[in-house]
Design a protein around this ligand. Structure first.
Ligand SMILES: *Cc1c(COP(=O)(O)O)cnc(C)c1O
Length: 361
């Protein structure tokens, strides 16, 4: 199947903007007359130094990151941060509050338990992680409150930044970063694996308040210490150079379409197209409850595993790829990240309606 005929609804790694791939392709062998690919450059070279500094400046501008916060470009994926966060931020009390609203926040809480006391601030597992709880219970001893902004597997998303009465907020934004404006000053730390909305897999972005650095436990590995990484400007060791370059291209593309403010409108429109089909259907059962629905990952099923499989297979035959849900939820999942064109979403909506008619419900 040729690229022109395909829309990739994968939850991650996911599709990249077409123009970004073209630009990267045009520079792949010879970056700006250097005779080298970005893949071949020393991370200490002045040419890569420019790419690094420019990408950082573009991200700072795209998300309006205040001077109080530092941007880090790291390896290890979002999963490494599950450990780095408690090791750096649990402090003397060794206690933190975790909101468990899905798979990844559950994994983060479990990892944090290795290093201190985890107090569960809320847990949505009673209804299959189909909603975002409204009540939080925060512990007096805890040094931060942790939550995951968008639950990639279950298809729920926090519609607000929770009020923690001044307690430091730490947030996993892996699957909705750059999809809308965020008030970064409200967060102690924001982090995201790049492979959903930003760049190829291999880069993790951490945005951390400088005042939170230097509180790491003695056992914290140097490569995970925010204090060390800030002092070394992410270059204690080799950073993911190629992915940083790709993020720069993605940020240029995002800027060109109007930045995160424009993206917020686009992503709402995209998701609404699919939720409208679900809400007017006798066949499809949406997983997420209204009020908690994600604009990035739309989860649904038919109620019959056989029909779900037929749906996924038939969609793939029409170039609508990777719609099978995660094994934890079953059914289907349409990931509508920043790079998904509106035409792809329209094609999916049409396919869904056609499939429903064909199955005569
Ligand atoms: C994909 C994802 C992760 C895991 O990311 P890795 O980079 O594979 O470690 C964590 N949190 C969320 C919200 C995700 O979507």
């Amino acid at each position: 199947m040729s690229r022109e005929k395909v829309y990739n609804f994968s939850a991650g790694p996911s599709m990249m903007p077409e123009s970004v791939l073209k630009k990267a392709g045009s520079e792949i062998e010879d970056y700006k007359g250097s005779g080298m690919s970005v893949m071949e450059m020393s991370h200490r070279s002045s040419l890569f130094g420019e790419i690094f500094a420019e990408t950082k400046a573009k991200l700072k501008s795209a998300l309006n990151v205040p001077d109080s916060h530092e941007i880090l470009f790291l390896q290890g994926g979002a999963t490494l941060q599950f450990a780095a966060i408690p090791l750096n931020l649990m402090g003397e009390n060794k206690c933190a509050d975790y909101a468990v609203t899905g798979n990844f926040s559950g994994l983060a809480a479990k990892e944090a338990e290795k290093y201190g006391k985890v107090h569960i601030a809320c847990d949505s597992s009673d209804r299959g992680h189909s909603y975002i709880p409204t009540q939080l219970s925060l512990s007096n001893e805890s040094s931060y409150f942790y939550y995951c902004a968008n639950n990639t597997i279950y298809g729920t998303e926090w519609q607000h930044v929770p009020d923690t009465n001044g307690k430091t907020i730490v947030c996993d934004m892996s699957s909705d970063i750059l999809s809308k404006p965020v008030d970064v000053s409200r967060f102690g730390l924001i982090y995201a694996g790049a492979q959903k909305n930003m760049a190829p897999a291999g880069l993790t972005v951490v945005i951390v308040a400088k005042t939170l650095a230097g509180r790491q436990m003695d056992i914290c590995p140097s490569v995970m210490s925010y204090d060390t990484l800030i002092k070394k400007d992410s270059m204690l060791n080799t950073p993911p150079c190629w992915c940083i370059y790709m993020l720069g291209l993605v940020l240029d593309w995002l800027d060109g379409i109007g930045g995160v403010k424009a993206m917020e409108e686009i992503k709402k429109e995209r998701a609404q197209l699919i939720y409208d089909v679900l809400d007017n259907s006798k066949l499809y059962i949406p997983h997420a409850e209204p009020g908690s629905r994600s604009d990035m990952n739309v989860t649904f099923r038919t109620g019959s595993e056989e029909l779900d499989a037929q749906f996924v297979k038939g969609a793939a035959a029409e170039g609508l790829l990777n719609l099978k849900g995660h094994r934890l939820t079953g059914g289907m999942r349409a990931s509508l990240y920043n790079a998904m064109p509106m035409e792809g979403v329209r094609a999916l909506a049409e396919y869904m309606k056609k499939f429903e008619v064909e199955h005569n419900v």
